[in-house]
Design a protein around this ligand. Structure first.
Ligand code: PLP
Length: 359
């Protein structure tokens, strides 16, 4: 049996075209907010079906900038899930606002209208649903609550609901192009997207020190731009995204066909969502024993967010008003199995065979 890595991806097929694109950017010598960034912003906005894309330095800055562009200020409350990567809540705290953690549905790993509603107060100024692991949180139901919705779409580039892409569903959305994400770059990169002209203009100013004209500085902002070289790379990789996601979905279907459900609870898409399986995360009562047994058989597996964000030391200032039983269950039982654009049917049956003899 050959080993099966947890992340079965590579950019090898794109190396030549990436090098050409980088050479073009080097020869252009416009390294800050040059033509590659402008072109990528247009191409990504068109891909998502939104009016504006603002390229920033990473997905964490994207969240902070988008929250401020939506009008969130120091002291405001922002509802976020606790079962997510730390950055979702970190960005809220970084702008002086207060993260209020809401629960998730353990079947989908995403927030629901009911879990968000439970955490709302008159002080809530935004909600940040996370499209976790490539699923799509139920944004239309959240928009009915009357609070601005910022989608954290870092893990869900290319996911969709009907004809609408994740990232085009809320008042604004953020993306990360960290190398492990579904749409990667070759280092750090991120974006804020929105249909709102005002929000886009504020995000553009915030990424450049709070200035629109580089002469007058109207707020304390950030130095946070998408890098020109990364934008050149992203223009090569964006056209691959749909085919890559199709391969991830095919691998997910293969897991089900091979009978994974006999051994662990498979991931479930939110109703109507086209999941893009950033990670393929199952649930099991003894996930760490399972991971150890898989490791002996050469199969990569890993539990995510075992300590949910609300229990991280960095969040100790924020005593949470609601209980989070779904979050605790997800944190305790989840296990990511191998996934990626290069995961073959043979790999998948190998993983399921490795699960079979376990208790
Ligand atoms: C990766 C990620 C981020 C942060 O993105 P960076 O580019 O690493 O700053 C934020 N939220 C979620 C859900 C993520 O997965």
């Amino acid at each position: 049996m050959s080993p099966v890595p947890l992340f079965a991806t590579s950019l090898e097929e794109q190396h030549e075209r990436l090098l050409e694109a980088l050479a073009r950017a080097v020869r252009g010598e416009r390294f800050i907010l040059g033509p590659e960034v402008h072109a990528f912003e247009e191409e990504f906005a068109r891909y998502l079906g939104v009016r504006h894309c603002v390229g920033v330095a990473n997905g964490t800055d994207a969240l902070a900038i988008a929250l401020r562009a939506l009008g969130v200020r120091a002291g405001d409350e922002v509802v976020v899930p606790s079962f997510t990567f730390y950055a979702t809540a970190e960005a809220v705290a970084a702008i002086g606002a207060r993260p209020v953690f809401c629960d998730v549905d353990p079947e989908t790993f995403c927030v629901t209208r009911a879990t968000v509603e439970e955490a709302l107060t008159p002080g809530t100024k935004a909600v940040v649903p996370v499209h976790l692991f490539g699923n799509v949180a139920p944004v239309p139901e959240l928009r009915d609550l009357g609070v601005p919705v910022l989608e954290d779409a870092a893990q869900a580039a290319g996911a969709s609901v009907g004809n609408a892409k994740a990232g085009a569903l809320g008042d604004a959305a953020t993306f990360s192009f960290f190398p492990s994400k579904n749409l990667p770059c070759m280092g750090d990169g991120g974006a804020v997207v929105t249909n709102d002209d005002e929000v886009a203009a504020r995000a553009r100013a915030l990424r450049f020190h709070g200035s629109k004209d580089k002469a007058t500085f109207v707020e304390v902002g950030y130095n946070s731009r998408l890098d020109e070289l990364q934008a050149a790379a992203l223009r090569v990789l964006l056209p691959e995204l749909d085919a890559w996601n199709a391969r991830r979905r095919a691998a997910a279907r293969a897991y089900e066909r091979e009978g994974l459900a006999q051994y662990a609870a498979p991931p479930r898409a939110v109703k109507g969502a086209e999941h893009v399986y950033h990670l393929y995360v199952v649930r099991h009562e003894r996930p760490d024993e399972l991971a150890a047994a898989l490791a002996e058989r050469g199969v990569g597996a890993r539990g995510y967010y075992r300590t949910p964000v609300h229990r991280q030391p960095g969040m100790a200032d924020f005593v949470n008003p609601v209980d989070l039983p779904g979050t605790e269950e997800c944190a305790r039982t989840n296990l990511a199995l191998p996934m990626g654009t290069l995961l073959t049917r043979e790999h998948v049956s190998e993983v399921v065979r490795a699960l079979a003899p376990l208790p």
